[in-house]
Ligand binder design. Structure first.
Ligand SMILES: NC(=O)c1ccc[n+]([C@@H]2O[C@H](COP(=O)([O-])OP(=O)(O)OC[C@H]3O[C@@H](n4cnc5c(N)ncnc54)[C@H](O)[C@@H]3O)[C@@H](O)[C@H]2O)c1
Length: 271
């Protein structure tokens, strides 16, 4: 493999590593020789994922943690520095929609549960900002590092029924640009901040709205596929190459981008 794409020996913090995308990306990083700190709020799920990840590399530790708790994130940064001496990569993957934050088809905006709006915007926006605040400081001191956030197709055009998730993932895209500029201007070209915007991948959060219990497509997923020129959902492994590229020296002049990995969804008018 071209050396430029290598990430061996890099220390990566992966939030949301107890989930579908986070654990798969953590697996891919381990396979490429990176060291992984897998963070998730769900203890049991994390323990299960970390046990699976250990088959792919020795250097993985699981840490139960909340991306919305600044003090424990600071503690975690100190612990990682004591153990591995540096933090090269932060992957802000913790996030997602929540059942109460999705409007049913017959509901109106006025029926929206404001507490769910607050929860979902807090997790997706501040859950990206807080770890970035803590770990970018370490990177600024090192003069080197890379952050990857997770935005969504909602940042390109309205997606019905998920107002809080849409607003927060659009904020993540904007924050990615802002932080990229801030860190490059103040600390030089060694620190990069980018985001990926996954299209539609079947995960635990969206399975029920995309796939009927009998395995057939829901009306919503038919609409998704009609606007996806590749006419299929993503396979979760299809995010891994993009993440590795953005983490590697091959992307050394790329900062502030939001890269869609979406089978063409964001490029297509549908006509
Ligand atoms: N699956 C998709 O198609 C898709 C598309 C676009 C964006 N995304 C985004 O990708 C990310 C991962 O999605 P997924 O499908 O793997 O979801 P998932 O629910 O499987 O994983 C999310 C993980 O985040 C963890 N988490 C939640 N709150 C946390 C907190 N406060 N602190 C620490 N961890 C916390 C959860 O426990 C869970 O393990 C999310 O940000 C989601 O919005 C997913």
């Amino acid at each position: 493999m071209n050396e430029q794409f290598g990430i061996s020996g890099k220390v990566a913090v992966v939030t949301g590593a107890g989930g579908v995308l986070g654990s798969n990306i953590a697996k891919s990083l381990l396979q490429q020789g990176a060291k992984v700190v897998a963070v998730d709020i769900r203890q049991e799920e994390l323990a299960k994922r970390v046990a699976e990840l250990e088959a792919y590399g020795r250097d993985v530790i699981g840490v139960v943690g909340n991306v919305l708790e600044l003090d424990s994130l600071r503690q975690l940064a100190g612990d990682i520095l004591s153990r591995w001496g540096k933090v090269d990569i932060l992957l802000n993957i913790a996030g997602g929609n929540m059942p109460g934050a999705t409007l049913a088809p017959e509901q109106h905006f006025y029926d929206m549960d404001i507490h769910c709006w607050e929860k979902v915007t807090n997790l997706n926006m501040n859950g990206t900002v807080y770890p970035s605040l803590v770990f970018s400081k370490v990177m600024a001191q090192q003069g080197k590092g890379c952050i990857i956030n997770v935005s969504s197709m909602t940042a390109y055009g309205a997606i019905t029924r998920v107002p809080g998730y849409s607003a927060a993932k659009t904020a993540v895209a904007n924050f990615t640009q802002w932080l990229a500029c801030e860190l490059a201007l103040k600390y030089g070209d060694g620190i990069r901040v980018n985001a990926i915007a996954p299209g539609f991948f079947i995960g635990d959060q969206n399975r029920a709205v995309l796939i009927n219990p009998d395995g057939s497509l829901t009306e919503r997923s038919k609409k998704v596929l009609a606007k996806t020129p590749m006419r299929r959902f993503g396979n979760i492994d299809e995010l891994n190459g993009t993440v590795q590229f953005l983490c590697s020296d091959a992307a050394s002049f790329i900062t502030g981008v939001v890269l869609p990995v979406d089978g063409g969804f964001s490029a297509f008018s549908g006509v």
